[in-house]
Design a binder for this molecule. Structure first.
Ligand code: SF4
Ligand code: SF4
Length: 77
């Protein structure tokens, strides 16, 4: 594996207004990327935050598990 491959960076974007704070993303993520820090959206749900993106391996599990389609994964150039 080259250094470039090893340094591949991923980005998780959350649409906070869709999040219902269920925590499935946090439970599912193998790298413990998500945190709940008490931020409320307009509907009053405590939203998830992809805080530790440096740990993300791009497995897409969180995107698949989110029942509210709040998450998306992209690869940073
Ligand atoms: S893509 Fe995988 S490693 Fe990255 S935040 Fe989602 S579940 Fe975690
Ligand atoms: S799985 Fe989706 S709705 Fe549930 S806390 Fe995570 S981002 Fe929010």
């Amino acid at each position: 594996m080259t250094m470039e491959e090893a340094k591949k960076k991923f980005k998780i974007t959350i649409v906070e207004e869709r999040c219902k704070g269920c925590g499935y993303c946090k439970e599912t993520c193998p790298k413990d990327v998500f945190e709940f820090e008490g931020t409320l959206n307009a509907a009053g749900y405590v939203v998830s935050s992809p805080k530790h993106l440096d740990r993300c391996i791009g497995c897409n599990s969180c995107v698949m598990v989110c029942p509210d389609l709040a998450l998306s994964l992209s690869e940073e150039a």
